[in-house]
Design a protein around this ligand. Structure first.
Ligand code: ATP
Ligand code: MG
Length: 362
């Protein structure tokens, strides 16, 4: 009998479709544990922190909540967002209230093209397309710095300042992370994205740090592209991309574009990593709470299940992670697709198809 490796997971389903997609991902993890024959176990604790929790209690995360999360090996997150709470309140109340104190400074978002899924990028050979957006996740445009009512004058004269913070250390670590990631990939290339023609302080610092770090990785090809040009490149020349590194805001937008190009926001996975492993990392689908389809049981669970695969990678369970990804590909290739990808399988049917395939290939 082998020793069981046990991983402790904090699950935070959150709002809207968060609950159903997190349930789907946990069902897949359950299957991974079952197939390991006692080798792997996941110990899951659910936290009910959501917008309805906030409306009842006046806070998304109760006192001592972060200390509670800190005890786990990873956080599995659904979504946050509700019509009853302003978006910036819910985002800062729950998601950023975890990513910031837990120093999850690297956000990776693979753009994955699945077989059997139609994509707007018809021109390219889709099988050869896959790239990863690496997002600076701790500062930049989302540093939360600035203020309102700064004019000192009356109504109609309000001035608001939203400041971007770019530190040399924060910039360097995310760029190094991107280069290290590129070295693990078939195409060793890093594309750096800025808007340094218009933003002459932070973005120019970014360009300078990129050039300096690049010199340490002579085996990795590089390019620096403005964010507007990169948006066009995502559509017209995605075959030239491998690792794309960008600031908090730019990478946020580009990763949504990438997942839409791959077919739907519903398939995109994301990992918020604390690479030093001083704090647990957080895994979540890129999509939000999708209020338009919440409660109908038709959401696409692939983004959340792929995020669970990234969690398995983080646990060092690469073989298991690859099996989950293969099961997803086999299912879409067989034409079993959820509504957002043009099919008619509901959330549970998609999940069970992936579970059955995982059992078949294991
Ligand atoms: P939030 O404020 O929580 O970010 P949102 O209004 O931005 O919510 P998203 O969740 O970002 O909504 O979704 C944008 C669109 O993509 C919606 O029309 C939604 O139905 C669709 N969508 C997102 N995720 C999925 C999914 N997993 N399955 C199917 N459709 C999805
Ligand atoms: Mg959204």
């Amino acid at each position: 009998m082998t020793d069981t490796q046990t991983f402790s997971i904090a699950s935070i389903p959150g709002d809207g479709i968060g609950g159903e997609v997190v349930t789907a991902g946990l069902r897949v993890l359950d299957t991974v544990a079952k197939l390991s024959d006692g080798g792997i176990a996941f110990d899951v604790t659910e936290y009910p922190w959501s917008s309805s929790y906030y409306l009842e209690n006046g806070t998304y995360i109760p006192d001592g909540g972060l200390e509670e999360l800190q005890k786990h090996d990873a956080i599995y997150f659904g979504a946050v967002g509700s019509a009853e709470v302003p978006d910036h309140t819910s985002l800062w109340g729950l998601r950023l209230a975890i990513t910031q104190p837990f120093d999850q400074w690297a956000n990776i978002r693979p753009v994955t093209f699945l077989p059997g899924v139609e994509s707007p990028l018809r021109k390219a050979d889709e099988a050869d397309l896959d790239w990863i957006v690496v997002r600076e996740n701790s500062e930049g445009e989302y540093a939360g710095m600035g203020g309102r009512n700064l004019s000192g004058r009356g109504p109609g004269n309000e001035v608001a300042l939203q400041t971007s913070l770019h530190t040399e250390k924060g910039t360097e670590r995310i760029i190094r992370f991107a280069f290290d990631l590129a070295r693990t990939r078939p195409v060793k290339k890093v594309s750096s994205v800025t808007k340094s023609n218009a933003q002459q302080y932070g973005m120019v610092l970014w360009d300078e740090v990129f050039a300096r770090v690049a010199a340490d990785y002579p085996d990795v090809e590089t390019e620096s592209v403005l964010v507007d040009a990169m948006s066009a490149k995502f559509v017209l020349h995605p075959e030239q991309l491998s690792v794309v590194v960008a600031s908090n805001l730019h990478a946020d937008i580009l990763s949504d574009l990438g997942s839409a190009l791959a077919g739907s926001l519903g398939i995109a996975a994301s990992a918020n990593l604390n690479p030093e492993k001083r704090f647990p990392s957080m895994f979540e689908p890129v999509h939000g709470s999708a209020p338009d389809i919440a409660g109908q049981g038709v959401s696409n669970p692939i983004g959340a299940i792929s995020s669970a695969a990234l969690m398995l990678d983080d646990f060092g369970l690469h073989g298991e992670a690859d099996e989950v990804r293969r099961a997803i590909e086999d299912v879409t290739a067989a034409g079993i697709l959820p509504r957002d990808l043009g099919g008619d399988a509901n959330t549970i049917e998609m999940t069970e198809a992936i579970v059955a395939q995982l059992e078949a290939i294991h």
